[in-house]
Design a binder for this molecule. Structure first.
Ligand SMILES: Cc1cc2nc3c(=O)[nH]c(=O)nc-3n(C[C@H](O)[C@H](O)[C@H](O)COP(=O)(O)OP(=O)(O)OC[C@H]3O[C@@H](n4cnc5c(N)ncnc54)[C@H](O)[C@@H]3O)c2cc1C
Length: 462
């Protein structure tokens, strides 16, 4: 009897209204600039709890939204008149070293996956921060510090487990439902509540990784040297450059506090660590010759060190930012970039820079989902911290200024996982793709229970 009662209690999620117990936990987000205000919220730890939540939403005439960590909270449509399901599914990450795959319950963060894979000499196409959630990142594309080798992280997904609007729990892969599986990988959401994903892992034992920070005054020569190297750099290297305006606070290393720096970070990974070392020397040698870095953490290390290289902040934080995909970045682009973001520009952004694309981003080894390649050479991202609404407005207006400055090189496309602001006109699918994805959505969610979850970037503005 006791067991039965527990099962019933466990399968009934606590659906909380604003002010009720459980509401704050279920609505907590990493990006605190966009705290969701749904009609009701719940944390689902089991598939049965997800099912019950969907039943509740249907009975109360609510749409359904879901999140995991809230890293992407700034990019979504307002969460109103909805039941928000925070997915924190029970269970461990399981790694199969034979097939080099991992099954990951929804709600898991990348640091947990990296930790589980490392004893097997494996890692994943994770993002730069260990606190990012696996589900939103992988289904939204996912730019990894290994990305020029792995391609978009959405290409590494082997199967998706989800509860659809009809309450069915499905495991979707190329065999079981090729159309839904195709649309899930980069289609922009709105298909159901994902409860787990299975992804490919790849072998890594040692990497060359880290970041070097030079005084901002050297940015011009450093940027042009990096661009010369990046033009035909081998795919074993994935790097990024940023202008960073460090606050003068105790958490920031003394050498950087209160300074503007030009930063080069990334990962070089090859089966032959000697080849990786040579490649890193090719990159860093000419840069170090231009000036001594204020801080230089580049070194040979274990794969877990990759999660620290980019120095992403711990949250929650009120982030306002923007993202563009650029088809080129020439000397004129560099001048425009430094004009609005370099030292002395008055930029309020904490970090703004470029991630190197190409390699497997441009030519994935095999076709994946609807978003499986990027026809762009660089990804731009810049963001700052909004202490109050005025600061948020000033950041948004500076993001617009950067947008104008980089307009000649803007492809008009984005990677959904990288978008910080869902209100801007931009897209990630062409019309043909968007129509095909909408057809899949209509088949799996005919009543539109999840329609507000659809990414605002779904349709490219052509
Ligand atoms: C510090 C920081 C570092 C980052 N680094 C990178 C990086 O290196 N590369 C990169 O590509 N991106 C990066 N991002 C962006 C990040 O990938 C996105 O914010 C992504 O959406 C995070 O996924 P999440 O599940 O943690 O976020 P959430 O905000 O919880 O979810 C985002 C969206 O994913 C969907 N979703 C989440 N869970 C579920 C579920 N269970 N079922 C169905 N849909 C779901 C929903 O549509 C939701 O709105 C970074 C963000 C931050 C703040």
């Amino acid at each position: 009897m006791k067991g039965h009662a527990l099962t019933v209690a466990d399968s009934a999620p606590v659906i909380a209204k604003p002010g009720e117990t459980g509401f704050d936990t279920a609505t907590r987000v990493f990006n605190s600039v966009a705290i969701p205000e749904p009609a009701a919220a719940t944390t689902a730890r089991t598939v049965e709890q997800v099912r019950n939540a969907l039943r509740y939403a249907t009975e109360h005439g609510l749409r359904v939204r879901m999140h995991s960590t809230g890293h992407g909270a700034g990019a979504v449509r307002p969460v109103r008149d909805a039941l928000l399901i925070r997915t924190a599914l029970d269970g461990a990450v399981t790694v199969d070293p034979t097939t080099r795959t991992a099954r990951i319950p929804a709600g898991t963060r990348w640091e947990t996956v990296v930790k589980a894979a490392e004893p097997h000499g494996l890692t994943a196409a994770h993002g730069s921060s260990g606190s990012v959630g696996v589900v939103g990142y992988t289904l939204g594309g996912g730019l990894s510090p290994y990305g020029r080798l792995t391609g978009l992280a959405s290409n590494t997904v082997r199967a998706v487990e989800l509860v659809t609007a009809d309450g069915r729990h499905r495991r979707v892969d190329t065999e079981s439902d090729p159309d839904l599986f195709w649309a899930l990988r980069g289609g922009g959401g709105g298909f159901g509540v994902v409860t787990a994903v299975e992804i490919d892992l790849f072998p890594v034992s040692r990497v060359i990784t880290g970041a070097a920070y030079w005084p901002g005054a050297l940015a011009d020569r450093l940027l042009s040297t990096w661009l010369d190297w990046a033009r035909d750099a081998p795919a074993i290297a994935t790097t990024s450059v940023r202008v960073m305006n460090f606050p003068d606070v105790p958490d920031v290393p003394e050498a950087l506090a209160g300074r503007t720096t030009f930063t080069v970070d990334g990962v070089v990974h090859a089966d032959d660590i000697g080849a990786a070392r040579l490649c890193a020397d090719d990159l860093l040698g000419p840069l170090r010759a231009l000036g001594t870095p204020l801080l230089d953490t580049w070194q040979e290390d274990a794969p877990a060190a990759v999660l620290r290289a980019h120095m992403d902040p711990e949250g929650p934080l009120p982030i306002v930012g923007d993202h563009l995909l650029l088809h080129e970045f020439d000397a004129r682009a560099s001048a425009s970039f430094l004009d609005v973001l370099g030292e002395g520009s008055g930029s309020p952004l904490v970090g703004a820079g470029l991630r190197q694309l190409g390699g497997a981003y441009a030519a994935p080894p095999s076709p994946g989902g609807v978003l499986d390649r990027l026809d762009a050479r660089y990804s731009y991202a810049g963001s700052g911290l909004a202490a109050d609404p005025e600061a948020a407005e000033s950041l948004r207006s500076h993001c617009t200024k950067v947008r104008h400055a980089l307009a000649p090189w803007n492809t008009g496309r984005v990677v959904p996982s990288f978008v910080e602001d869902g209100t801007r006109r931009q897209g990630h699918l062409d019309t043909r793709q968007a129509v095909a994805v909408a057809r899949v959505r209509a088949a799996v969610d005919p009543e539109g229970l999840f329609r507000d979850d659809i990414s605002p970037t779904d349709l490219r503005q052509e």
